[in-house]
Write a protein that binds this ligand. Sequence first.
Ligand SMILES: [Zn+2]
Length: 441
Amino acid sequence: MNEEELRLHFEELKKELEGKIDDAQLMRELNTYLNEYRVTPEAAKRGIKRKYGADDSSSFMSADVLSKKIGDLKGTELNVDITAKAVYVDKKQITVRGNPKTIVSGILGDETGTAPFTIWEGENVELEKGAVYVFKNSYTKLWNERVQVNLGSRGRVERAEGVRVDVPERVVTSEPTEVKIGDIREGMGDVTVTGRIMSVEERSITVRGESKTVYSGIIADDSGKIQFSAWNDFGLKEGETICAKNSYIRAWKGIPQLNLGDKCEVSRVDDSFGEISTAVSKKTIADIVAMGGGLDLSVTGTVVDLRTGSGLIWRCPHCNRSVLNGECTTHGRVEAVTDLRMKLILDDGSGAISAVVNRQDTERLTGVTLAAAEGLARARGDSEIVAREMAELIIMRRMTLTGNVMSDDFGPMMIVSDAKIEEVDVTAEAEELYSEVEAAL
Ligand SMILES: [Zn+2]
């Protein structure tokens, strides 16, 4: 970033952080974020504001609502009204971070195109297939180069009486495509995958009151690995290599999974993979966003924020969910037990991802133990102090995080199984850059 741009961001931040940080320090921070860590200016400003305690409310955008046709959606709209026909509707129970949730999803269509949609607060929503609705205050995302329409808690769906919408007929082709496991993306249709069965186990599950046997495990090739589920007994054995024709990709608990369904044909093939590495796959955050999740992924980036729900928290002793004021949504009043956790936002310049760090790693990374956190909260009569202390220790640190990534309403989230601080000598370089910038001011 050139000095002129840097100067603009500097001026903007200086105004917002009036008196909370001196000019030299602010310039150093900004420099490190932008030129050293190469995060986006937005992430840099958010991180610095967070670190130095500016009012954060301005970071929530309140864009004006627009009305758009489906064909005009870009996948970046924050607040858009869409009038369209419900071409396909499905109401179902899903589990979001351990909590049951009712969502309504399906396909919306108008004259200009179709788009999948999800209503995340679907409990009291009944949509009729073929009827026309206005999706108010919806937001959009891009997924596999396809725009998705989402209705969050701020959104509303209303029947559009007397409005006629014609959706042109489209022929849906579903030729299975041959893909490498590492290239599998959520939302792909029929695929043909060749891989080695790394593990397989048999489980009994109940589907609509009927007992069914499902065979699941891990399948891998030289590009990656993925969980699979087979709904028929293909006699799969650990170590053999198969070609699964007409399998399909569906997210299970937010992680894309390969499904060998009724249409699937399995054949045994020669194994040309040699040694398959069971190590983690190094990815950029942009890759992970495009994949929609996966197993044992690793990213390196800068911690730009610590989200609420970090620090000292309380959990229900029965279901382990975090509870507020001793009330579990399932178990009512409980003797809650304390725990430590961090919900980080990691930015690597290609994008940002949420990451949940467990107690053990939180203690290791921050040096703040659960006992110390409890003592601190008690001494100050304020449990939020723990998160604030942690924010100071962790924001702007460069880290490599490893874990499984799942996706939901809030985008991709990593459940961290390993976290490592990258010690880089940024100070020397940042100071050098800073003195150059200072000279130019
Ligand atoms: Zn509970």
